[in-house]
Write a protein that binds this ligand. Structure first.
Ligand SMILES: [Mg+2]
Length: 347
């Protein structure tokens, strides 16, 4: 992949993910029947029917940006290799997510790091409460330091899956990119989600992002994730969900019916499987994100992750301008994506 096209795809990954998040966020708590009553048989395809057409990003994109800030700061402290970053990444991620917790109006007694995550706190549009996940809030509020071990709980919501794309983006280009993405995707999720599926599905998501960012097809990327999963204890639910997504993609035309057969997306493995299905079966980025937002479950998370996959596959030109033009935090998202692309291009 040439340098310019890599930058374009990185920006597309995070912007299309945010657009999916904003689109799905409007209908997150609606059934498919309610969505059809409100928006017609085609479902939701634009952020709002009102005059105010702002695409409001939710906690999914907020936390993704804090992940990007954390890994960029860790990389800046030890440039050139993820191995050298390793002592810092966990602390940077913990600190960044606690900055996010502060942005939700919840104080922490932990002393936080500065850098990019602190600078995100100064951006007004990022300081909104947009139906944040309770596991993320509770797990972070309970933290007493940056060095603490992975959280001990049994939560497997999709709060890890929806925020780890920047880890895959930063890992791309390393000799051992899939393994690095897998390990750090898990570590990032395990800060809040202690059930193996909660963090393994996040590791798999980061692997798929890293593989797509390296120019592989989605089928190849999923195959790499499955290989890594199968050698890891506790992988069964995540593996089964991904295999079900691959089978569903062979099951006739893309449809909400088949999508909903994979679940509702509130839990990690279902959100990942639904995003994979939507990205596999759709012939355009727009169709894939619309499919991923229009179902009875966690529409913003499934559409965000599908958008991240599709952005890497199709590039920025394929993201509808009506979504880009009205998207909150567009310049911040673009800037962080470009910084990630710069790191990878300089390797
Ligand atoms: Mg959300």
């Amino acid at each position: 992949m040439d340098r310019l096209s890599a930058h374009d795809r990185y920006v597309a990954c995070l912007l299309a993910g945010a657009a999916g998040d904003a689109l799905g966020g409007v209908v997150e708590f609606m059934t498919l029947a309610q969505i059809h009553r409100a928006f017609g048989p085609g479902g939701i395809t634009q952020y709002s029917m009102d005059d105010d057409r702002i695409g409001r990003i939710t906690d999914d994109t907020q936390m993704t940006l804090y992940t990007a800030a954390a890994v960029l700061d860790a990389e800046a402290a030890a440039p050139g290799s993820f191995e050298r970053m390793e002592p810092n990444v966990g602390r940077e991620l913990s600190s960044a997510y606690l900055h996010w917790l502060n942005s939700q109006g919840i104080a922490t007694s932990v002393t936080l790091l500065g850098g990019r995550a602190l600078r995100l706190r100064a951006i007004d549009a990022l300081n909104h409460e947009r139906a944040p996940g309770t596991t993320c809030l509770n797990a972070l509020a309970a933290r007493i330091g940056l060095e603490a071990d992975p959280i001990q709980n049994d939560r497997k919501g999709c709060g890890g899956v929806m925020r780890v794309a920047p880890i895959g983006l930063l890992a791309a280009g390393l000799a051992d990119a899939p393994r690095v993405a897998f390990v750090w995707g898990q570590r990032a999720a395990a800060i809040t989600h202690g059930h193996p599926t909660g963090y393994l599905a996040a590791g798999a998501t980061a692997v798929i992002i890293a593989e797509l960012a390296s120019g592989r097809s989605l089928h190849e990327a999923v195959a790499t994730a499955l290989t890594l999963l199968r050698s890891t204890p506790g992988h069964e639910e995540t593996t089964a969900a991904l295999e079900q997504a691959l089978a569903a993609a062979m099951d006739g035309a893309p449809s909400a019916r088949v999508l909903e057969s994979l679940g509702a997306g509130w839990v990690a493995e279902e959100a990942l499987a639904m995003a994979v299905y939507c990205a596999l079966v759709s012939s355009t980025l727009e169709a894939g994100i619309v499919l991923a937002a229009n179902h009875s479950g966690d529409s913003d998370s499934t559409a965000a992750v599908a958008g991240q996959f599709l952005g890497l596959l199709y590039g920025l030109e394929s993201v509808p301008s009506r979504w880009l033009d009205a998207l909150e935090c567009r310049s911040t998202i673009t800037d962080l994506a470009l910084q990630l692309a710069e790191v990878v291009a300089a390797r």
